[in-house]
Design a protein around this ligand. Structure first.
Ligand SMILES: Cc1cc2nc3c(=O)[nH]c(=O)nc-3n(C[C@H](O)[C@H](O)[C@H](O)COP(=O)(O)OP(=O)(O)OC[C@H]3O[C@@H](n4cnc5c(N)ncnc54)[C@H](O)[C@@H]3O)c2cc1C
Length: 486
């Protein structure tokens, strides 16, 4: 008889694992606390505007292709993918840099800022591509069980890059602060300061400049819809509005869950909810990691987000825009070193309707603004408004337009919502950072060491934060469950 797996949560990692497990022949049921699937990548549709609530950058298209190919499908079976041109624009206090959709265009822009820099850039990206190949084909496909997984003939030659930082590496060859910020930006997705991120992670720069920035028509939620329909096709049963209250353990073995006071039996339990929360569903003696363990970890930032509908088209902006017009170091210190509301934050603004008319009513613009902040900060309506006014003033100044009176829809999302909606530890937005001491086998494990047949997946375990890693995390854990079933 087919073994039964219950899966907690329906984010990218849970959906990925569920598809792989169903294909292997397991009977898979997902229990999601919210009323729609997708976790941090849910969608908000209001007054004709379509907002992706969470992720908006589609990077590493090869990982998505590989995922769907495992089921005999292509991304184009589900959604139309367009390469953005330009990829994005970075605003500084006195200028902006536009990142084109090819290395040639990016080199021209680098030369404009710093003569001679394009030669260094080509070499930097060629090295980053080597790291990408090693990372994607060797390192991230390991389940994070043993340090030996990191030892391959390729990584041995790069071992120094695990002990140097991306920040140091970039500064060796580039002097202009704008180019330095541009090259340090991609590793921010990994959740830590560039000065704490190993230089091996320059593979994110290859993902950025080498592979480019893509957009699924209709928004990132199209990927969730695709995975949802694939899961259903494979026989996965999905229950929404079903918060899991407990993971049941008998004689040291997971035997199911409790939802709405009802016991549900299973042979395996897999949680894709935040790892810290998942362990609180266990009696204390079954948990592997203490509160002290979690409190010492470097978490990726939380975010203050605004979903804005404008009744006009905006000028001088691209699909993706970074506002790096204030002190990067100071903002990073206020996230990581002395957590507090930032003095003058960097922020990100996304206007998908610039390239995709399906995302806003005619003549209107859909806007998403994100300020990274430390997890666990006090979150009040007054603070949210104060920061909205601050970034809107800067946004209007840098882009040379007055649009605050054109706002016809506005909603915000912050620490309290991350806690409430996702049971996120301290309201983190995208999990646990990938620092040297929080990489691979040093991250919380996919398989419980204390409870048999209990597994975890998602951005707090391996390989780390982001949509592509979540897809990989689901694959890795499905393989461990299959092994445990032997
Ligand atoms: C604002 C924001 C912007 C981002 N931008 C990008 C980006 O541009 N590109 C990128 O690649 N990545 C980005 N990320 C990161 C990416 O979205 C995440 O890493 C990824 O979606 C995490 O997926 P997951 O499956 O690990 O977790 P989640 O998506 O959090 O899924 C966990 C699920 O578990 C559910 N759950 C929790 N508790 C319970 C319970 N007790 N019972 C049942 N269900 C429960 C939650 O409701 C949720 O649905 C961003 C994240 C955020 C928040």
């Amino acid at each position: 008889m087919n073994k039964k797996v219950v899966v907690i949560g329906s984010g990218f990692s849970s959906l990925s694992a569920s598809c792989y497990l169903a294909k292997m022949g397991f009977k898979v049921s997902i229990y999601e606390k919210n009323d729609t699937v997708g976790g941090r990548a849910r969608q908000l549709i209001k007054e004709g505007f379509t907002f992706d609530i969470g992720p908006s950058w589609y990077w590493m298209p090869d990982i998505f292709d590989t995922f769907f190919a495992a089921f005999g499908k292509k991304t184009s079976d589900f959604y139309q993918l367009d390469k953005l041109s330009p990829a994005y624009r970075i605003f500084f206090s006195d200028d902006s840099i536009t990142i084109g959709d090819s290395m040639d265009k990016i080199c021209v822009e680098f030369e404009r800022i710093e003569v001679g820099s394009s030669k260094h850039l080509r070499k930097f990206i060629a090295d980053a591509q080597e790291n990408y190949d090693i990372a994607i084909n060797k390192v991230v496909l390991r389940p994070g069980i043993s340090p030996l997984e990191l030892v391959t003939k390729e990584t041995v030659l790069k071992v120094d890059q695990f002990f140097k930082t991306i920040s140091g590496q970039v500064r060796k060859k580039f002097k202009n602060p704008k180019l330095i910020s541009t090259l340090e930006f991609p590793v921010l997705f990994l959740g830590a300061k560039p000065s704490k991120t190993p230089s091996f992670y320059s593979f994110m720069n290859f993902a950025d400049f080498g592979l480019g920035t893509w957009h699924p028509k209709g928004g990132m939620y199209e990927i969730i819809k695709a995975m949802h329909s694939l899961a259903i096709e494979l026989g996965v049963v999905i229950h929404t509005d079903s918060p899991v209250e407990k993971i049941r353990v008998e004689k040291g073995k997971a035997i199911g869950i409790v939802v709405d006071n009802k016991s549900i039996d299973s042979d395996f339990v897999l949680s894709g909810a935040d790892y810290h929360h998942s362990e609180t569903l266990l009696d204390e003696h079954h948990r592997q990691y203490s509160e002290a363990f979690w409190s010492k970890k470097t978490f990726a930032p939380s975010s203050l987000l605004f979903y804005i509908g404008f009744d006009t088209k905006l000028m001088n902006v691209e699909h993706h825009n970074l506002f790096f017009d204030t002190d990067f170091e100071r903002h990073a210190e206020e996230i990581y070193d002395e957590p507090r509301w930032p003095t003058d934050p960097l922020f990100y603004a996304n206007f998908p309707s610039i390239t995709d008319s399906s995302m806003a009513p005619d003549g209107c613009e859909t806007g998403f603004f994100l300020i990274p902040i430390a997890p666990g900060l006090e979150d009040t309506p007054q603070l949210r408004e104060q920061y909205f006014d601050l970034i809107m003033a800067r946004f209007q100044k840098r882009t040379g337009q007055q649009v605050e009176n054109n706002i016809i829809f506005k909603e915000s999302f912050c620490v309290n919502d991350f806690l409430e909606e996702y049971n996120s530890y301290k309201g983190n937005a995208y999990g646990m950072a990938n620092t040297l001491l929080q990489t691979a086998f040093l991250r919380p494990k996919l398989q419980s060491k204390k409870v048999k047949n209990l597994f975890f997946t998602g951005q707090l375990t391996v390989p780390g934060p982001g949509v592509p890693p979540a897809l990989i995390s689901g694959k890795l854990v499905s393989e461990l469950i299959a092994k445990a079933d032997k």
